[in-house]
Design a binder for this molecule. Sequence first.
Ligand SMILES: C[S@@+](CC[C@H](N)C(=O)[O-])C[C@H]1O[C@@H](n2cnc3c(N)ncnc32)[C@H](O)[C@@H]1O
Length: 264
Amino acid sequence: MNAHFRAREHLRPDAVLHDVHAALLADVHPVIRLLRLLERHVPSIARVATEQAAAHVVRHRSVDLLVEAALNDGFGQIVVVGAGYDSRAWRLPGAELATWYEVDRPEMAAIKVAKLGAARLDVDRVRRVPASVHTPAWLVDLERAGWNRHEPSCFVVEGLLHYLDQGRAEALLDELWAGPAPRRVLLSFIEPAMSRRVTPLYRELTRSFGEIPRTFFERETLGAKAAAAGRAWRSWDYPSQIQEFAPGALGRSAGLSQLVGEAR
Ligand SMILES: C[S@@+](CC[C@H](N)C(=O)[O-])C[C@H]1O[C@@H](n2cnc3c(N)ncnc32)[C@H](O)[C@@H]1O
């Protein structure tokens, strides 16, 4: 669904994010076709769809800019964990300066390779790591793909933590921010209070995409964990995310999104 949101945003005259590849990567799923139809005829569904799309593109644009900053700061390895249809390796300015790795479940990795081929995008632009982060073994697969733990790395963990149980999410963060070389870890996360605030319609529509987010991290808890690992932490609440990264989306958002944080 995220690629649909980005494809739609790309066409807006006031777009806060341009992703020229999103339309080619997006899935054609019966639920998405049905929602498109309902949106045209049911104002309440159209409103929620607009809010969900705005929430996604604000988050994605926020992370775009943090990845661009890491590229500018000379991070030569970018590891996108739970990459889905992320297209940053093909579209961010300066992307060619880094070696990119995309980690995702094997079945999703195979679908993406097929889609990149159909979209005539260079499949070799990223090193693919078909692995689940459910166990620490994914790091072994990452190293087999060429990643060097002794070189600076920026990890992008967007839209992933809420698929994991809390113990595994915490262990994953420890794996990411413990390391000998400079590291930057970019995260999106949903605070429990935020998921309690959504309307029943918003919740049902989100579920219809197969998403049942698990929420357990508060920004303060994450900050304390990062600090315990010796990392400086910064996070943005949603209004400040919009103000700083995507002011154009101000009027379109219901004030709900995953928050963005950075440990370095
Ligand atoms: C909501 S999508 C987010 C995609 C992309 N990062 C974005 O923000 O648009 C979640 C992605 O995480 C992947 N994922 C879920 N559980 C995973 C796991 N245990 N190991 C690796 N990837 C996983 C899914 O296959 C999917 O591609």
